[in-house]
Design a protein around this ligand. Structure first.
Ligand code: PLP
Length: 376
């Protein structure tokens, strides 16, 4: 079934982002296979990395995904509105005053310190059974989570029913570098803490693997994996050893085409001086759309299967491309792919000197988005 839905009708002079939910489903299937016997959850924080948390979650539900993670409670509430039965975990934890919302929506906080555990234990059920929460253990990243001594302190008193915690989490600092020694170190630290947690909460399942963690081997998978970037088409490993299918396609319309002689300069700062005759096309896309300025002079578009390198700097709303190799297809109104199956997310991120994560999340907020595929 092909179906399309748009929040905004794409204007002819604006870039547009198309999200292929069938590709998302194929990436999920691949990650599920790679996760072996572990359950494969989905991380849909930051509006599913800019691609739309609601359509993404709706499609993933259809594919059998039952567990979702968000950063913030507001994001989780949106997922709850379309997934009445799913387990929904909130990484940011349980801050004071939020107890009622978590309980009434059946959201599971990821508890990051002893005070949060105490707060959750004291929270009464509101209109529905209180879901089990998760405990987040710091295994060396020092960002969020219980330190080993905080865990000792929190569990030593006992007095738990045993079903209050359903999941124990940690997170890799260096999973995108498979050979990094910190990976094995974190797995060992995490595994060493599990018996302590399970003495108090016997049913607690364990999870440490993000997208890249899934590919570190079976000892990293535990009971549940939680991919984000790989679902959305980002290669999870720095060495590009795992390639995912593109989910987001960014197309930018050509506004004007001009033929330039050697010696002509292009764009702000006159950074780019041509050493040959060039047919240049200026497209409606810029850093105001979230297309990082750092791609200037290094990124590229693709038109008719041909690469069109970015000439000079990226402006707020414009980019000039060298379309010399693109033939007659380079004309005003034509769409140039700036991200997708041909203009690779991982290439553009590398051109910008950043992570594929950052490039993706910045695009979603201002741009017209549409969703393709079953469930759109
Ligand atoms: C974002 C996040 C994930 C998903 O990470 P990816 O690298 O995008 O797969 C998993 N766990 C935690 C705690 C996260 O913050």
């Amino acid at each position: 079934m092909i179906d399309a839905r748009s929040t905004d009708r794409p204007a002819p002079d604006r870039p547009r982002l198309t999200v292929d939910l069938d590709a998302l489903a194929r990436n999920y299937a691949r990650l599920r296979q790679a996760s072996g016997a572990a359950e494969t959850a989905a991380v849909v924080k930051a509006d599913a990395y800019g691609l739309g948390a609601e359509p993404a979650a709706r499609r993933l539900l259809k594919e059998g995904c039952r567990t979702f993670f968000t950063a913030a409670a507001d994001e989780a509430a949106k997922v709850r509105a379309i997934a009445s039965e799913a387990d929904i975990y909130v990484f940011n934890g349980l801050l004071e005053g939020e107890e009622g919302r978590f309980a009434s929506l059946g959201l599971s906080p990821v508890l990051n310190e002893p005070a949060q555990l105490a707060r959750w234990l004291a929270t009464p059920a509101v209109g529905r059974p209180k879901p089990p929460a998760a405990l987040f253990l710091d295994s060396g990243m020092n960002r969020l989570g219980f330190s080993p001594s905080q865990l000792d302190e929190a569990l030593s008193g006992g007095g738990f029913r045993g079903d209050e915690i359903g999941l124990v989490l940690s997170h890799f600092a260096c999973a995108s570098i498979p050979a990094h020694p910190m990976n094995a170190d974190q797995i060992a630290r995490f595994a060493a803490l599990l018996p302590l947690v399970r003495a108090a909460f016997p049913k607690a399942r364990a999870s440490i693997a993000n997208s890249a963690g899934i590919f570190l081997g079976p000892e990293a998978r535990f009971d549940l994996t939680r991919p984000g970037i790989a679902l959305y088409g980002g290669g999870p490993c720095d060495d590009r050893s795992v390639g995912m299918e593109a989910v987001a396609t960014l197309d930018a319309p050509i506004l004007q085409v001009r033929d330039l002689a050697p010696g002509e300069r292009v764009g702000y700062g006159a950074d780019c001086t041509l050493d040959r005759p060039v047919r240049a096309a200026t497209v409606a896309l810029g850093y105001a759309d979230g297309f990082l300025r750092a791609t200037g002079g290094r990124g590229y578009g693709v038109l008719q299967g041909r690469r069109a390198p970015i000439l000079g700097r990226v402006s707020m709303d414009l980019i000039t491309l060298d379309v010399s190799r693109c033939g007659p297809a380079a004309r005003p109104g034509a769409l140039v792919e700036m991200l997708g199956a041909n203009a690779l997310l991982d290439d553009q991120a590398e051109a910008a000197g950043t992570a594929n994560y950052e490039l993706l999340v910045r695009l979603g907020s201002r741009m017209a988005r549409s969703w393709l595929g079953a469930g759109a």
